[in-house]
Ligand binder design. Structure first.
Ligand code: ACO
Length: 321
């Protein structure tokens, strides 16, 4: 038994913020941002929330799959920017969709959240505990950015992507890899509330995102090709056998470096970061939905998804479409 993606959906906030707009509110430029990252614009929330984007992405994925919300027996949302500490975003999605039969919980694995969600559902499906699931990657990262720190806030955007997964006896997930390195976790961090009780009152508000960009870059360009090679080896395939690489959209230079290390043309690496920025857990499923809706995925195609980022975490998943 394996797990097959039978529908995709996504939802981006209505408001588009260009690099040129950012250069009117901080000391930056389209030239600096686009030449170093490939990002030209991002969508930022105004009225939308992590849950509202997730619900809409989920609804679109269910429509694409032809599945009713009541058929779902699991909803997992990969996110680090839920609207509440509790309830989870997945429980909010359940309520919004009327998916009354689903077990719902969130996964915090930052930019690997969607891929970790897929692997988790796959484990449930293999054990017989689940047949039909909705996996979402969703973020409103703009609320955890320090908008006076130009080195981080220009990189990120908001949005949600979703996939409907169903147990399948023939094909779907072929091989996978995932890992974590907590020792290097503080290279990319955002502090939650600090201790606050009758004995200790720090009076600290939750923090904003800080990143050592060069350390994260070094991590990504070594961990991602290694993870992809591991998956290919398990599947008995070579990098050329893959039809499309759907990678986390952190930075064009990271993606170019991964392509070079795999000796695969950039033509096989679709890009959404130019118009979406980095949406952490949202990046992979939003891009997957884009290529699906453009008709770029054909039955039998082999697609390698790879997420990597905060934690540090990484995960790669090879599927047959
Ligand atoms: N506009 C203009 N100048 C800027 C900006 C900006 N938005 N941000 C920083 N600068 C300046 C800095 O102040 C610095 O100036 P100085 O030399 O006078 O001190 C100069 O540009 C260089 O700053 P660095 O931080 O060293 O910039 P770097 O060349 O490392 O590029 C970048 C930053 C693009 C983030 C790079 O580190 C990188 O590619 N990192 C990869 C990691 C990444 O993209 N992470 C995204 C999130 S993590 C993830 O999703 C996995």
């Amino acid at each position: 038994m394996t797990s097959r993606i039978i529908g995709t959906g996504s939802c981006l906030p209505e408001t588009v913020v260009t690099n040129d707009y950012l250069s009117t509110i901080m000391d930056t430029s389209d030239e600096w941002i686009s030449s170093r990252t490939g990002i030209r614009q991002r969508h930022l929330v105004k009225e939308e929330t992590t849950a509202s984007l997730s619900i809409e992405a989920g609804r679109r994925a269910l429509d694409d799959a032809g599945v009713k919300p009541q058929e779902l027996d699991m909803i997992i949302v990969g996110t680090l920017t839920g609207d509440y500490v509790t309830p989870s975003t997945a429980c909010e999605v359940q309520a919004g969709l009327g998916a009354v039969n689903a077990v719902c919980f969130d996964i915090n694995a930052a930019c690997s959240g969607f891929v970790f969600g897929l692997h988790t559902v796959n484990a449930y499906i293999k054990s017989g505990m689940c047949k039909t699931a909705l996996v979402i990657g969703a973020e409103t990262l703009s609320k955890i950015m320090d908008w006076s720190d130009r080195s981080t806030c220009v990189l990120f955007g908001d949005g949600a992507g979703a996939a409907v997964i169903r147990a399948d006896e023939t094909t779907g997930i072929l091989a996978y890899d995932q890992g974590s390195d907590g020792e290097r976790g503080l290279h990319l961090e955002c502090k939650n509330r600090t201790n606050n009780n009758p004995l200790v009152q720090t009076g600290m508000e939750p923090g904003y995102t800080h990143m050592d960009g060069q350390e994260v870059y070094k991590f990504a360009v070594t961990a991602v090709p290694a993870s992809i090679h591991k998956v290919l080896e398990e599947a008995g395939l070579s990098p050329d056998d893959i039809d499309l690489y759907v990678l986390h959209q952190a930075n064009i230079r990271i993606i170019q470096s991964v392509a070079k290390r795999l000796k695969v043309s950039m033509d096989k690496f679709p890009i959404s970061l130019d118009h979406c920025g980095n949406i952490s857990a949202g990046s992979v499923p939003i891009l997957l939905d884009e290529v699906n809706k453009k008709g770029m995925l054909k039955k039998g195609d082999k697609i390698m998804m790879s997420g990597f980022g905060g934690g540090l975490t990484w995960g790669s998943c090879l599927i047959e479409w």
